[in-house]
Design a protein around this ligand. Structure first.
Ligand code: SF4
Ligand code: SF4
Length: 280
């Protein structure tokens, strides 16, 4: 079973939920797909040793001998990753989205593929019983999708997979969620939280995934704004994590709060039980 943890924006507690949930379960695999800023390792504390693989993406390379400087590829590329200087055609790999279109349309067969390093993947087979994988996007890279795609190739179907998705509602988030069995959207009880929750709900609806909500920094008075929306939309609220000083302090010190508040392990296990009932 694959569960993706989403949030409409950063800073809502997505990583808190993902790490505490994963560490509460038996036989779980964790994938940190928030590849622009992976920070689950702070709480899980894996030792990657030298377990690392590189992620490559294809960019065009021009065979200047064959190129007639016809400009067709320059006009075709919507990302301005190709430009002509005198008789030479130049490629700007940082702007290239690796769509492959220029190679396809070149009438001279003058475009060949080259590889550019996009990021890396690190892993450790066992940290406190958890199999842990982390994707990292290189600085300056234009798209997180190739790293997430390669990270997902390591999904262990024998385990309960918890994936920490990139925040937001753009392509990398969709890539992380698209083949999940269930999505958990983490939100906070504020007007901004509600706004971003609605955007995340639109994404999981379009993906046609079963989903539920976890309210982080939950407070009785403030929660109503989220509770009303979820009731109206018939969205299950799976858990309410209270706005407590102790939880905030543990977070700031880099500790999963289930270590100090072990009763929450049972609550996270109950969340998994609720999800299993929906999926079966
Ligand atoms: S389409 Fe081919 S031949 Fe034309 S400018 Fe581009 S690489 Fe050169
Ligand atoms: S692969 Fe696509 S994005 Fe990259 S240079 Fe060619 S047309 Fe542009």
């Amino acid at each position: 079973m694959k569960i993706t943890i989403l949030s409409g924006k950063g800073g809502t507690g997505k990583t808190t939920v993902a790490t505490n949930l994963a560490l509460s379960l038996n036989n779980a695999q964790f994938l940190d797909a928030d590849v622009e800023e992976p920070n689950s390792y702070i709480f899980v504390k894996p030792n990657f040793a030298d377990r690392k693989e590189l992620v490559w993406r294809e960019v065009p390379k021009i065979d200047q001998e064959k190129c007639t400087n016809c400009q067709e590829c320059v006009e075709f590329c919507e990302y301005n990753a190709l430009a002509s200087f005198g008789n030479d055609l130049m490629v700007f790999p940082e702007l290239c989205h690796s769509c492959g279109g220029c190679k396809h349309i070149c009438p001279e067969g003058a475009i060949i593929e080259d590889n550019k390093e996009a990021g890396q993947i690190k892993w450790t087979p066992d940290v406190n019983g958890l199999e842990f994988w982390q994707g990292e996007l290189n600085i300056g890279e234009i798209s997180a999708v190739p790293v997430i795609e390669q990270l997902k190739e390591h999904i262990n179907e024998e385990k309960t997979v918890i994936m920490d998705a990139p925040p937001g509602t753009t392509c990398p988030t969709v890539e992380a969620a698209i083949d999940s069995d269930y999505c958990i959207i983490v939100t906070e009880p504020t007007p901004f939280g509600l706004h971003d929750l609605k955007m995340a709900v639109e994404v999981v609806k379009k993906l046609d995934k079963p989903y539920g909500v976890i309210i982080n920094r939950s407070e009785n008075d403030a929660n109503q704004i989220i509770e009303d929306y979820c009731t109206a939309e018939d969205i299950p609220i799976l858990l309410r994590i209270p706005f407590k000083r102790q939880i905030a302090e543990l977070y700031s010190e880099g500790f999963p709060f289930i270590e100090e508040l072990p009763e929450w392990q049972e609550r996270f296990k109950e969340v998994l039980g609720e999800i299993e009932k929906v999926i079966e």
